[in-house]
Design a binder for this molecule. Sequence first.
Ligand SMILES: NC(=O)C1=CN([C@@H]2O[C@H](COP(=O)(O)OP(=O)(O)OC[C@H]3O[C@@H](n4cnc5c(N)ncnc54)[C@H](O)[C@@H]3O)[C@@H](O)[C@H]2O)[C@@H](O)CC1
Ligand SMILES: Nc1ncnc2c1ncn2[C@@H]1O[C@H](COP(=O)(O)OP(=O)(O)O)[C@@H](O)[C@H]1O
Ligand SMILES: [Mg+2]
Length: 282
Amino acid sequence: MKSSHLITKEEILKLYKPIDSKAHKGTQGHAVIIAGSYGKIGAAVLASKSCLKSGCGLVTTFIPKCGYQILQISIPEVMTVTDENTNFITNIHLPLIPQAVGIGPGIGKELGTQKALFEFLRVNKAPLVLDADALNIISENLSWLELVPEDTILTPHPKELERLIGKWNSEAEKFQKTIAFSEKYKVIIVMKGAPTFIINRTSVYENTTGNAALATAGSGDTLTGILTSLLAQGYEPKYASKIGVYLHGLTADLALPKTGYESFTASTIIKYLGKAFLELEN
Ligand SMILES: NC(=O)C1=CN([C@@H]2O[C@H](COP(=O)(O)OP(=O)(O)OC[C@H]3O[C@@H](n4cnc5c(N)ncnc54)[C@H](O)[C@@H]3O)[C@@H](O)[C@H]2O)[C@@H](O)CC1
Ligand SMILES: Nc1ncnc2c1ncn2[C@@H]1O[C@H](COP(=O)(O)OP(=O)(O)O)[C@@H](O)[C@H]1O
Ligand SMILES: [Mg+2]
């Protein structure tokens, strides 16, 4: 297997940029989260909340109509734009130019959503995070990856990775295929797992934070929010991916003594984001 570089606190401290004292919401970046469908609006809530709590100035969330009240009541700080369709996304129209977009958690794979994703990828110029059902749809339409900005961040869990690159017979083959995929499509792949690896062309980085408490629903949705927020703040994708996976894992390491493995939920990740960021202030 290819040797990897460890993502350590020392490295993250070099990449992290503390918030400027003159910052205002307009300088902190406007992130857009496109997520959710009937029964999975929670994915949109988790991604949006973690996005907002990772430092960007403004978050707009695009959801199907059925998510409107849920979003507005769950997170009053987040602005919402709704699709004309009730239960799933069919036409992504954004009344703003975002600094970054995270798309995919909970959107499902309805035909209308597939078409909406294609149209969105055709017009989008903003730095991008692709997760969950966006990846599942793209797995069946790999040429769409030619439309995404260079260094778009893909965040597959092992099953989603398999859908993208096909089955592997060994760990070595998994890495080899993922590297080839990253090179071919010029994308960064966050290979989620225990531990998470980041594949950027032929470079392989291994995260050093996180534990099995993260094995809980919505854990990946919050990572999408964190990564999108960092991109919106102007971090280059190669740095945003490292800082994001490091902080995401760190929330679990910091929370574990208080929550134990069992009671840790994706909302705990969001709760501990502040403590994780404070670790970078030392
Ligand atoms: N509250 C919500 O609204 C939630 C919505 N979610 C959304 O639900 C949709 C379906 O996502 P799923 O990921 O559940 O479905 P998938 O079918 O993509 O993945 C589930 C499969 O992947 C396997 N898998 C996952 N992680 C693995 C690992 N680390 N090692 C080995 N196998 C692994 C599981 O065993 C299972 O077979 C997505 O759109 C997702 O964003 C989920 O994020 C859960 C929470
Ligand atoms: N045992 C584990 N150790 C460390 N991290 C884990 C473990 N299990 C899951 N994770 C992390 O939790 C997240 C799960 O993401 P994902 O499967 O997409 O969740 P969901 O779709 O439910 O939001 C990933 O970041 C993964 O690395
Ligand atoms: Mg997921």
